[in-house]
Design a protein around this ligand. Structure first.
Ligand code: RB5
Length: 147
């Protein structure tokens, strides 16, 4: 199951992404918001991130205006490797090399077709491990050194 969350800027794009994931046979847990009233992206980012690190959800997708706020907030949660991107190449490589577990993008940046392409490349890519695991472990070591 994938987690998804968004602030007020991402409501419409979130629905498109959920439909796209479900058509690919992926179950989705929606952490909201469903409202276009102003909301605070860090709350949603934390909820989705916790669902990923707890193992409740396999991976997560976060949408705000730019994707930037969501990615900054998500990366504060230990065990999260979130990327923000606006094209599919980075999404694919972030999974293959960085084992990214949360994908963020901006509803004010990408259109629905680009968003679907980003999601598809990220979902379909596989982590390659090997030499990349050493570097991913080094990221975890940074977390361990933080008080
Ligand atoms: C909301 O106006 C906007 O700041 C938010 O959606 C996001 O882009 C923050 O990074």
């Amino acid at each position: 199951m994938y987690a998804i969350g968004n602030d007020h800027t991402g409501v419409a794009l979130k629905e498109i992404v959920i439909k796209f994931l479900e058509e690919k046979g992926i179950q989705v847990k929606d952490f909201g918001t469903q409202s276009t009233e102003a909301s605070n992206y860090p709350e949603i980012a934390e909820a989705v991130s916790n669902s990923v690190v707890s193992g409740e959800c396999e991976r997560g997708i976060l949408i705000c205006g730019t994707g930037v706020g969501m990615s900054i907030a998500a990366n504060k949660v230990k065990g999260i490797r979130a990327l923000v991107c606006s094209e599919p190449f980075s999404a694919k490589l972030s999974k293959q090399h960085n084992n990214s577990n949360i994908l963020c993008f901006g509803a004010r940046v990408v259109g629905s077709e680009m968003a679907k392409m980003i999601v598809e490349n990220w979902v379909d890519a596989e982590y390659q491990g090997g030499r990349h695991q050493t570097r991913v472990d080094m990221i975890t070591d940074i977390e361990k050194r933080q008080k």
